[in-house]
Design a protein around this ligand. Structure first.
Ligand code: NAD
Length: 495
């Protein structure tokens, strides 16, 4: 399994980060055919932690061939129950390697170890175990169509799946795609984000160690416009499941038109979190704070627009600003850190630019408002008050720790502001009025509406959005539909 590799001396000795990170194709770590590598950095220190193989179209082609061969070979012939058992073994292998995965994810992405341990890793295991249970329960139906025929459906694996994921939850979003695809009997070529390749490669190795046959899960690292696009364009890929930005989502749709691939798009958001005066204000402030500052705001469903009724606006803003100032920002590998850096210097600059845009547009910076420290990609937890719904900071996805707080007077006004962006991913409502809660749950344009909470997800519940937030649903049994095709068998029996 091990390719030529060596450790960097400045890394913690317990971590076996290989400096040279090769692709994983057909169960083997291989350099890219071009021989090229690109550097990946720790965003907390901006130091290079590894060189990652720069896969391109030629490597994608090798990986797709391997995935096709696995589909037509052992994996395709395996009993569904055995597939489920292998997925459970994969979960065990991940659990046994969890310390390493947590540190690797933190080093590569800047996510606090405490959050990965509490949230990402348990979600990865839950997702894998949940779909392992599906493997032998993907049933067809006998449908009585005619008296002279036996007609039934079978659900077949869709085929070779291209999975393209972003950098904000590399392990978790990777598993959201891998687990249902494998449970359905598909094979996968995973293209992680170029900023966070390391845990995806390790996941691929753990799958092999768990006994999943070579070629079932291939990992090709590289850039979006080369490796990612090649996966989308490849004529022997049957489906692309993508999580990322709306701009790339549109490119993916165009590329997938070539062989009419099935496509699922989980894109961005600018979600509204609406607070009425009859809400438990302290609970709302606490959840609104974690709703925007968790993972330094790099969350597709971040509650980045907080709509607060004018009667409680001043009190709410004061309390939110106090919470923002109290967030412990720092070294993500320290257990007590609540917020780490953004994923890269480019993202940090983008977020700082948005804060300046907010100032120019007339928003009041009541907490944060700039970089935190002078080393690493840290941005202070920022609260912008007096935000108007049509400002750019209230319409565009900032993808950083920047809360925009907007005042409203009436229910109609709150609804119109909440629904007034290009996105439809998630929304929150805080109120003790059960009728109002139902009205909002019905009228908010969102794939998920949280009431008197903000942000929890569960793999059993469908997840996704509409409009610029994409289409299709992940999670639950919706994901089983994503990775299977229904076939009708018509047996003429005679009367
Ligand atoms: P991105 O769109 O820039 O990149 C996502 C992935 O697509 C990366 O792996 C990238 O290499 C690849 N890619 C880029 N260009 C490509 C191309 N032409 N063809 C194929 N692949 C290509 O997104 P990002 O910056 O990594 O992530 C942030 C975005 O993801 C935000 O908009 C966020 O809201 C969204 N997101 C959505 C969800 C959700 O569930 N809806 C979850 C997390 C993140």
């Amino acid at each position: 399994m091990q390719s030529t590799s060596y450790l960097r001396r400045d890394l913690p000795p317990q971590l076996s980060v290989r400096y040279r990170q090769d692709l994983l194709i057909d169960g083997t770590r291989l350099p890219a055919l071009s021989g090229r590598y690109f550097e990946t950095r720790n965003p907390a220190t901006e130091e290079v932690i590894a060189e990652v193989a720069e896969g391109d179209a030629a490597d994608i082609d090798r990986a797709v061939k391997s995935a096709r061969a696995a589909l037509e070979g052992e994996w395709g012939q395996m009993r569904a129950a055995d597939r489920g058992t292998l997925l459970l073994k994969f979960a065990d292998a991940i659990r046994n390697a969890q310390d390493e995965l947590v540190e690797l994810e933190s080093l590569d992405s800047g996510k606090p170890v405490s959050a990965i341990r509490r949230q990402d890793l348990p979600a990865v295991l839950d997702t894998l175990r949940y779909y392992a249970g599906f493997a032998d329960k993907i049933n067809g139906q006998v449908i009585p169509s005619r008296p002279d025929a036996l007609t039934y459906t079978v659900r077949e694996p869709l085929g070779v799946v291209g999975a393209i994921i972003p950098w904000n939850f590399p392990l978790m979003i990777g598993m959201w795609k891998i687990a249902p695809a494998l449970a359905c009997g598909c094979t996968v070529v995973l293209k992680p984000a170029e900023l966070t390749s390391l845990t995806a490669l390790r996941l691929g190795e753990l799958a092999i160690e768990a006994g999943i046959p070579a070629g079932v899960l291939n990992v090709v690292t590289g850039f979006g416009r080369t490796a990612g696009q090649a996966l989308v364009d490849h004529p022997d890929v049957d489906k692309v499941t993508f999580t990322g930005s709306p701009a790339v989502g549109r490119q993916i749709l165009r590329g997938a038109a070539g062989n009419l691939k099935r496509v699922t798009l989980e894109l961005g958001g600018k979600s509204a979190n609406i607070v009425f005066p009859d809400a438990d204000l302290d609970a709302a402030v606490k959840a609104a704070s974690s709703g925007i500052f968790f993972n330094a705001g790099q969350v597709c469903s971040a509650g980045s627009r907080i709509l607060v009724h004018e009667d409680v606006y001043t009190e709410f803003v004061g309390k939110l600003a106090a919470r923002a100032r109290a967030i412990r920002i720092g070294d993500p590998t320290e257990a007590g850190t609540a917020m780490g850096p953004l994923v890269s210097a480019t993202q940090m600059k983008r977020v700082l630019d948005y804060i300046d845009i907010g100032r120019t547009e007339g928003a009041a910076v009541v907490a944060g408002g700039g970089r935190h420290g002078s080393t690493g990609c840290f941005v202070a937890a920022t609260v912008l008050a007096n935000v108007k719904p049509d400002m750019r900071v209230a319409q565009e996805e900032i993808f950083g720790p920047v809360a925009t707080v907007i005042a409203f007077r009436t229910e109609e006004e709150a609804l119109s502001i909440a629904n007034g962006t290009a996105y439809s991913l998630a929304a929150g409502v805080w109120s003790a009025d059960i009728s109002r809660v139902h009205r909002f749950a019905r009228r908010l344009k969102a794939g998920t509406v949280w009431v008197n909470t903000y942000g929890p997800t569960d793999v059993r519940l469908p997840w996704g959005g509409a409009r610029d937030s994409g289409f299709g649903r992940e999670h639950g049994d919706a994901a089983i539909d994503n990775f299977t095709e229904s076939k009708v068998v018509w047996i003429q029996t005679g009367l």
